[in-house]
Write a protein that binds this ligand. Structure first.
Ligand code: AMP
Ligand code: MG
Length: 320
């Protein structure tokens, strides 16, 4: 055999070997992609689902969220918020202080529609929803007069929070889940996790992508068991608020758990459901609740303050 023929055979063989090794390398990649696991846990009265390839990371995220529940829950007498509601002055953790500071800013931006001192009103309306009966007008008026987020005083240097008036009661139900999701995501990022989905009863964060594809998140129809729209998201948060979560109906009128602090009565803005997509879940959660109170026109005006945020607002007319 001539030298040229030998070298042709060698080159052809080398090409085949290279092709086979590229093929087996890419097959190896597919095989190496570890499967996703989904685990659920009851946190803040909600089933929280975490989907991730790393079980240890899932457990770390759950314990961060449980820690936030222990700080903020009004159903736990030992939480910082319960202690503040009881004693009017506490030394608080940095996390609680930062969250309350943000809540006060949101109260200003929403011109009072978002107010974490809505506690006296949410207590009255929680009972009303349970009993399916309207509360006395006088008790609503009395409770409404106690609502004032600016009556929360923060001393960041001494790490103290105090309430300016007796009877002020904080209820962080509108943002606690979103905040807990953000804290868990921060922990996952610190652990080097680049792909995960946390769903805390509709307060969702999509970390990275699932393999090479964005996470697919469906928006529920507020009145029917179907999906209105499916969003394709990566590194974005989403939260939905609406009048369909907790409510009762009396003489054809729906009374829900989202309260308009200006009237003392459940929000009656014509908005049925709001889905907010933001960079963080706290912002999404807070704005979703706020827009239910503000209504479509004022809600859209508020959105201009948050250029990176999108809102999908469904009104009563949209459902007709
Ligand atoms: P969400 O489901 O995130 O819209 O939050 C609803 C919860 O937020 C209620 O169950 C109350 O605990 C609380 N809440 C109700 N109305 C308001 C309001 N106007 N501002 C802040 N929190 C509120
Ligand atoms: Mg909310």
């Amino acid at each position: 055999m001539k030298n040229t023929q030998v070298s042709k055979i060698i080159r052809a063989t080398a090409k085949i070997i290279l092709a086979i090794s590229i093929l087996s390398l890419s097959q190896g990649c597919v095989q190496k992609q570890s499967p996703y696991h989904t685990e659920s846990n009851l946190i803040m009265g909600t089933v929280v689902e975490i989907t991730c390839q790393d079980r240890q990371a899932i457990h770390a995220a759950f314990s961060e969220m449980e820690h936030i529940e222990r700080l903020l829950s009004i159903y736990d007498a030992t939480s910082e918020i319960s202690q503040l509601n009881k004693k009017r002055k506490i030394t608080a953790s940095w996390k609680t202080i930062q969250l309350i500071k943000k809540s006060k800013t949101l109260n200003t931006l929403t011109r009072g529609a978002f107010d974490i001192t809505v506690g006296p009103l949410t207590q009255i309306w929680k009972k009303a929803i349970e009993e399916e009966a309207l509360p006395h007008k006088s008790s609503v008026k009395k409770a409404k007069n106690l609502v004032n987020a600016q009556g929360i005083e923060i001393n960041e240097i001494l790490m103290k929070i105090s309430l300016s008036k007796s009877g002020i009661q904080l209820d962080l139900g509108a943002i606690a889940k979103g905040f807990a999701v953000d804290v868990a995501i921060k922990k996952l990022r610190e652990l080097g996790i680049t792909s995960c989905l946390i769903n805390a009863g509709g307060d969702i964060y999509c970390l990275g992508k699932k393999y090479d594809t964005n996470w697919q998140v469906g928006i529920k129809h507020p009145r029917a068991q179907k999906t209105v729209k499916t969003l394709s998201l990566a590194n974005r948060a989403i939260a939905t608020s609406g009048d369909y979560e907790q409510f009762f109906t009396l003489q054809g009128k729906r009374y829900s758990h989202i309260i308009d602090p200006h009237t003392g009565y459940p929000a009656d803005s014509g908005v049925v459901s709001v889905t907010v997509i933001a960079d963080d879940c706290l912002t999404a959660d807070a704005l979703a609740t706020s827009i239910v109170v503000l209504g479509k026109t004022e809600g859209e005006a508020l959105m201009k303050e948050f250029p990176e945020v999108e809102a999908i607002i469904i009104t009563k007319e949209d459902l007709d």
